[in-house]
Design a protein around this ligand. Sequence first.
Ligand code: SF4
Length: 336
Amino acid sequence: MFSNGTLPDARELERRFAVLDPEAYNRAACERYAGLIAEIEQLKRERRALILAHNYQRPEIFEVADFVGDSLELARRARETGNAEVIVFCGVHFMAETAKVLNPERTVLLPDLHAGCSLADSVTAEALADRKAELGALYPDLKVVCYVNCTADVKAISDACCTSANALKVVEAIDSQHVLFVPDRNLADYVQSHTRKTILSWDGNCYVHHQITPSEIGRVKSAVPGIQVLAHPECRKDVLALADAVLSTSAMVRYAQQSDADKFLVVTECGLSDRLLTEVPTKRFFKACKLCRFMKMITLEGTRDALRDLRYEITLPAGVLAGARQALERMLELGG
Ligand code: SF4
């Protein structure tokens, strides 16, 4: 986004970033992928499978998804999979693990095992156990809240999990004054700015959100008068300070639908703008061209192969399944 360091004028911004014709966009995508989409739909029926897709997926993945949402919605939905025998998770590894934790009896598939996450990689269970012991000696009431963007074994040694949509609620509801919040420092800072509790943070970040700077936001705000800035709390605090609303990805969709404003700068991974394009075609969205390389590893071809060959299956040790499930259930109980 805005990578050349100059200030584009409003017309240039519109040419580069605005949504022009959602219908034409959808038509072109459908024509290009029609064969693959039909193949996937057929395999879904044969396998009694359900496809869950994160908001940051490629737009063509939305065409085959049974449900599209943010981490919290997908965690809830994974518990309500009805009589599906197979869940194909179009997202990244820790999300597929979460689906497995909530559906231990079902086969959970991730179409590409390389679909990881820089944020989840920034904390290991061993490092967290050490830090917990160190801080626990200083603060006997210490509790660990982990953002859902971490591995299942990190969740298993946390007291509660949270998402960006309910992080503040979980921290406020947990019975301790001192909270070790892992792994996202930016989200920890955001929570700290809204609570009287003491947040002890971890030095992790999402490489996609952390690279967005206040000057990029400032340039668009000056070039497009009246634009509403919607930012994800994984962004730096100097970026959040410029936002009209700080929201999880699905909350951004609801905000855009309900707001009186008609143009928005969407400050998060740019896949969300593709969802906004299809769901709110009457408004205009300027997107941050920040792609998550991990999310974009999931393709229609990979999804078809996952269903056809039942690959790549997510498995977890029983102890990790039980511990992570407890942290996730605590989140659903505390965070609504
Ligand atoms: S956008 Fe960031 S937090 Fe989300 S999967 Fe990609 S690297 Fe991880």
